[in-house]
Design a protein around this ligand. Structure first.
Ligand code: BTN
Length: 259
């Protein structure tokens, strides 16, 4: 279903609240692009390192984690990326912090499936793709977020879709962006100062896998034991505690056939 394709994007309001935290910040809204993450990564490689929020009403080649694609429909999905230079080169846990920020900013009923899938009642409502570019001494981070707002057709969907309008019937892409932009910048800056450890307790309160029997794509089976102070997933197995790094595997509740 297509919903209200003509959005009134709150670019000015977002800019006004974020620019005091991020000097040089800009907001760009484009009708269509291949992928907001790909575009900001291209710019970073061309040494364009200013902080920017890039929103696309439509993506023609949206990308997800683990080399997957991310399909979306204008008006039914919010797709954007925040690009910014970061001091820290140790970004372990950043993508979990972004997921936490999304669930905290959008609705109390939302949970996280490690590392950062946003879940509602066991279905995926939002996905996050964090990428980095090293440019000389600088590190530029691109945080891409896709939020399902209304039900839409989605190619190659691996998990059943949840949509924000189930929880917030008036939700649209523009108001959802407004709820996310400032908290996202604040969370990233707190992460830069304090690391993932500062977010561990809050993450565990939203951890959908905590205490659940889970299965990893590499065959490992165990009980979700929370996350480490570096954001690794802890799995209690018959042979002891195993730490899983987000780059390696995907995880699902035991018995669910798709990650
Ligand atoms: C995942 O769940 O695998 C991550 C999905 C991330 C999708 C967002 S949409 C905006 C940004 N641009 C992209 O190409 N991907 C991210």
């Amino acid at each position: 279903m297509k919903h209200q394709v003509k959005q009134h994007w709150p670019a000015e309001s977002i800019w006004e609240t974020v620019v005091p935290l991020l000097p040089g910040f800009s907001v760009e809204v484009v009708p269509e692009i291949d992928s907001t993450n790909s575009e900001l990564m291209r710019r970073a490689r061309a040494a364009r390192l200013d902080p920017v929020l890039l929103v696309a009403e439509q993506q023609s080649a949206g990308r997800g984690r683990l080399g997957r694609s991310w399909s979306s429909v204008a008006g039914d999905t919010l797709t954007f990326s925040l690009g910014l230079p970061m001091q820290s080169r140790n970004l372990s846990g950043l993508s979990l912090v972004v997921g936490l920020c999304v669930v905290q900013s959008l609705h109390p009923a939302l949970l996280l499936k490690w590392p950062n899938d946003v879940w509602y009642e066991g279905r995926k409502l939002a996905g996050i793709l964090v990428e980095t570019a090293s440019v000389g001494e600088a590190c530029y981070v691109v945080i891409g977020i896709g939020v399902n707002i209304h039900v839409h057709q989605s190619d190659g969907l691996r998990t059943p879709m949840a949509v924000l309008s189930e929880l917030l019937p008036e939700a649209d892409a523009a108001t959802t962006l407004l709820k996310l932009a400032l908290p996202l910048v604040q969370a990233v800056q707190r992460f830069e100062r304090e690391g993932f450890a500062a977010f561990m307790d809050a993450y565990s309160r939203r951890d959908a896998l905590l205490g659940q029997q889970i299965q990893c794509s590499d065959g490992l089976v165990g009980i979700g034991g929370g996350v480490s102070n570096l954001g690794e997933l802890l799995v209690q197995t018959d042979s002891g505690l195993v730490k899983i790094n987000s780059a390696e595997v995907s995880v699902r509740p035991f018995g669910q056939t798709t990650p």
